[in-house]
Design a protein around this ligand. Structure first.
Ligand code: HEM
Length: 489
């Protein structure tokens, strides 16, 4: 066992002086590498020293529950991100802000807006309208599945958050938000920037040789500011001249008008919370849906079962809506299996400890980065069966087709403890209605040119490499139903 002074650290490779284990860990995200490394130490805890920063990777539900849920009071901070946070300006974002008063106030604002009551009144009609538009686009240009999916996910966040309803990919608000978010993904990829390993570099001036990262950061910062400010300004102006539809922003701004204790600080808080949602809630949702579509294309028998399950409940005279959620367990099983089989954030978001701790006799220093390896948890044969690498929704079902509550929900896909995904419920609704509607309307088949690749790109998020598939309407009547829903919306 290694030690820090006299105290024992959890198991992990020995490492070099100063740089520690930097070279033991490949560039990019590496959930499988960590899982394999943990196995070689026969431990669900894996400790690495990243040039002086302690990192602890958890590989079991037990360790995650003990450290990130039970001890959330000391493990809900975030590490600092010198490049993406300090220099590119993402520190405002709810996903990155330190654990404290501002974080608490932000989560409270969202919890209130995303409450079940608000979900029924405000989010549900908006989510449904977006999905029917998406189906209509798929009827017209099925070969553009990928870009329709991103438009669906982006439009859905912009409309529920700000009342912005982009018509197409050229919408300026959509483009600005996409640009900022793409920048985030490129920059946050571990190992891309030296300043993340040696934070003192952030003080070197822009003209200094090798400081090109500072020029990049300036451009990114401008994109981020445009994303969070222009959108809220759209809602504010729209409210003044009565042209904007209700949204999370408009309802919160209305509250402000009646709140005498409202201050500039609270306004900034509101802007920042809302500005956090696009980056957190677009690619995650699009990638999760993409995974289920890939699985359906690869498994025609599962597609058929899903279609039959929807048809029995919904019939052929209407499209599914969110009131059907709860009565088609096969769709729940499909969505859960997608989240389990290929979790979008396989290593979750890193937490950080705010004080030192002893766990199972091991010393865990203050400011240790704690990562829950969702992939390892969701691919544990003891929980999900020996065929964990297969896509098999039936694992979540009893033989009579009802949900089997003995098989745990793949909650690791949404993170842990107090920092658990703030959009978990809204995301579950979006995934459910999208999968139900796709099955009701289309036959999804392999493309003619090539077998779909099952390869995933593991960047900040994990998503399928684009694949070819054929999307055909199940009948002419369904096209009429889709058109009618779009016109009604
Ligand atoms: C399938 C879709 C989604 C997945 C798999 C997902 C997953 C995650 C994960 C793993 C985290 C980190 C949790 C942790 O630190 O332990 C997270 C955080 C977060 N998610 Fe999601 N998410 C999804 C969709 C959404 C949506 C639609 C929204 C909002 C509209 C959203 C908003 C957030 C926010 C604001 C945070 C930061 C929470 C904090 O740090 O306190 N997410 N999400």
């Amino acid at each position: 066992t290694r030690s820090s002074g006299k105290r024992h650290l959890p198991p992990g490779p020995k490492g070099w002086p100063i740089i520690g284990n930097i070279f033991d860990v490949p560039k990019g995200v590496s959930h499988i590498t960590y899982m394999e490394m943990a196995k070689t130490y026969g431990s669900d805890l894996l400790y690495l020293n990243m040039a002086g920063t302690s990192m602890l990777i958890l590989h079991s539900v037990e360790a995650v529950n003990d450290l990130l849920v039970e001890q959330a009071a000391i493990s809900s901070d975030r590490p600092r991100f010198p490049m993406v946070g300090d220099l590119c300006g993402w520190n405002f974002s709810l996903s990155l802000i330190p654990y404290g008063e501002q974080w608490r106030a932000s989560r409270a604002l969202l919890a209130q807006q995303l409450s079940p009551q608000n979900m029924q009144t405000y989010q549900k009609p908006c989510i449904e309208e977006n999905i029917y538009q998406f189906l209509n686009r798929l009827v017209e240009t099925p070969e553009e599945l990928q870009s329709h999916l991103y438009l669906l996910a982006g439009r859905s966040v912009l409309s529920t958050t700000y009342g912005i309803y982009p018509r197409d990919h050229h919408d300026p608000y959509l483009r600005t938000a996409e640009k900022a978010t793409r920048g985030f993904s490129e920059i946050a990829l571990r190992g891309t920037y030296q300043v993340d390993i040696f934070p003192a570099l952030k003080y070197v001036p822009e003209w200094f040789p090798g400081a090109r990262f500072k020029a990049r950061a300036k451009v990114e910062k401008a994109n981020v500011e445009a994303m969070i400010c222009d959108t809220l300004e759209f809602t504010r102006r729209g409210m003044e001249n009565g042209t904007v539809r209700s949204s999370i922003a408009s309802r919160l701004l209305e509250e402000v008008q009646n709140d005498e204790s409202w201050s500039e600080d609270k306004h900034v808080l509101l802007r920042n919370v809302l500005g956090s949602l696009y980056a957190a809630g677009v690619d995650t949702v699009a990638a999760s849906i993409h995974t289920v579509i890939l699985a359906l294309v690869l498994n025609p028998d599962i597609l058929k079962k899903g279609q039959a399950a929807v048809d029995v409940v919904v019939g052929r005279d209407r499209l599914p809506n969110l009131d059907d959620k709860g009565s088609i367990p096969y769709i729940d099983a499909l969505v859960m299996e997608g989240l389990r089989w290929r979790p979008v954030v396989p290593l979750g978001m890193p937490h950080s400890t705010s004080q030192e701790n002893i766990y199972r006799g091991y010393h865990i220093p203050a400011n240790t980065i704690v990562i829950g390896n969702a992939w390892a948890i969701l691919h544990n044969p003891a929980t999900y069966g020996s065929d964990v690498d297969q896509f098999r929704p039936e694992r979540f079902l009893n033989s009579d087709g009802t949900l089997n509550d003995k098989v745990p929900y793949p909650s690791a896909a949404f993170g842990y403890g107090r920092r658990v995904c703030a959009g978990k419920s809204i995301a579950q609704h979006k995934l459910w209605i999208t999968v139900a509607c796709l099955l009701a309307c289309f036959d999804l088949e392999k493309g003619v040119k090539a077998e779909p690749s099952t390869e995933y790109l593991n960047e900040v998020l994990s998503f399928p490499r684009p694949y070819e598939c054929t999307i055909k309407l199940r009948s002419k009547e369904i096209e009429a139903l889709i058109k009618a829903m779009v016109e009604a919306g």
